[in-house]
Design a protein around this ligand. Sequence first.
Ligand code: C5P
Length: 225
Amino acid sequence: KKIIIAIDGYSSCGKSTMAKDLAREIGYIYVDTGAMYRAVTLYALRKDLFRPDGSVKTGELEACMPDIDISFRLNKETMRPDTYLNGELIEHEIRTLEVSSHVSPIAAVPFVRHALVAQQQQMGKEKGIVMDGRDIGTTVFPHAELKIFVTASAEVRAQRRFDELKAKGMPARFNDILRNVQERDYIDTHREISPLRRAEDAILLDNSNMTIDQQRQWLIDRYNE
Ligand code: C5P
């Protein structure tokens, strides 16, 4: 059986680690939809499409949308997909705090969501896919066979992102990251279009007190059920 697995939840809750591990284990394609919103954000930052108050110059961005091509290619070393913007490898650039602090307003722009959701649905035509994001179980694939909604406390999530950035040699202050996590939670749950929420038929996982191995096993058990 090849199915669609939708994994949604809050920022930095470890969804993508779980989703990537599961995909690798069961031989599915993994799609990180957050990376797609981050890619549009990187493009907008480079083209100076933010106003000083942080809002998006939507008219100019809309005109640029046809020039934004986002794709994934498998990295043979990590065995995970890397993100490309118009053919350029941007996997590292899209993880900076600068991109993290500008992504939520980009993700609230309706034409951005429509374009990315359409691309995501196209990717799902090929079953055997694990997709992680905020609206996969509610909007992208409301009929996904398995839906998971992941959460953890904001402090635990900020600590994980802090550790991850430090391990990559991208230092940042814990309090800045915590504030960013809380701001994104707020914008993501309060935006008008596809706000972050649990689909009624999604299984809830609070992983605040779980190790990565425990999460991996929990997810594989749900898949095998
Ligand atoms: O998952 P990640 O933290 O990389 O996502 C970055 C941002 O992209 C989120 O804070 C959210 O604003 C947006 N996003 C979204 N819908 C998705 C995936 C991400 O709105 N499906």
